[in-house]
Design a protein around this ligand. Sequence first.
Ligand code: SAH
Length: 295
Amino acid sequence: MNTVITTPSARHNFFFFFLSPHSSSSSSPSTTLFFHSPHYSPSLSTSFSFFQNPNFLTGNSLFHSMQRFCSGSSMSRNKAMVESLQRYGVIRSNKVAEVMESIDRALFVPNGAGAYIDSPMSIGYNATISAPHMHAMCLQLLEKNLQPGMHALDVGSGSGYLTACFGMMVGPEGRAVGVEHIPELVSSSIENIQKSAAAQLLKDGSLSVHAADGRKGWPEFAPYDAIHVGAAAPEIPQALIDQLKPGGRMVIPVGNMFQDLKVVDKKSDGSISIHTETSVRYVPLTSREDQLRGF
Ligand code: SAH
């Protein structure tokens, strides 16, 4: 069966205007109106925060964000992207904003092209870097479990962006582990991280990326306070539940054609509670062979 997979992005239907970083030198830059879902359905258009933005109808916030995208360095455009996500109510945590500001998304997107557009981007090998709003959402869902000194596992770490953010959150006393099954992506993600604000963590060994089947987790540094899975599993792998610490939280997309972002909490007595956060569309958590064949 041929399934076209385009994201990870939430299927909520709110939209932002972002300018491409390549428009920075243009006097009349073009805006990108981006619908988050590849399956835009107008009937769902009130489902998220875009109507909660008091400036939306005035266009004022849009105008300011456009101006900001037109100038400045890569880091300042990255900051403007984060501010835009804050303005639209997607980022509500100061800590998450600070960390996303510190890690320049352009370093994790091939050639930096379109890095600040709120969209997933291809990174090759039928994989994508998730959209900024999905990174923000997952960081916020896991924030309490990404405190300094904690252990975090990023399964399907792809570009390495979220692993780098995890490293910044748990700090040098913590442990951030990426597991990715395409060795070429492991190598490029390490190169990306080496150019980023998380480079020292990688050098010192508190952040690491490994080539392996992430469905088995990474037992060496278990148990984890936080587990993020960046690809959709048909069902939650038992190995990942086993590697979650009591009090720990896992965020994982579950499903095939239709997927839900599940939040799995392991209570102190070891029992599990699961709730659905939102509908999403991710590439599958699968075998390397199936992924390279096109699923
Ligand atoms: N969160 C990452 C990547 C998301 S795409 C980012 O934003 O950059 C999902 C990633 O999961 C891809 O890189 C894909 O290669 C990887 N993947 C899929 N199945 C996997 C498996 N069984 N084990 C490890 N990685 C897997």
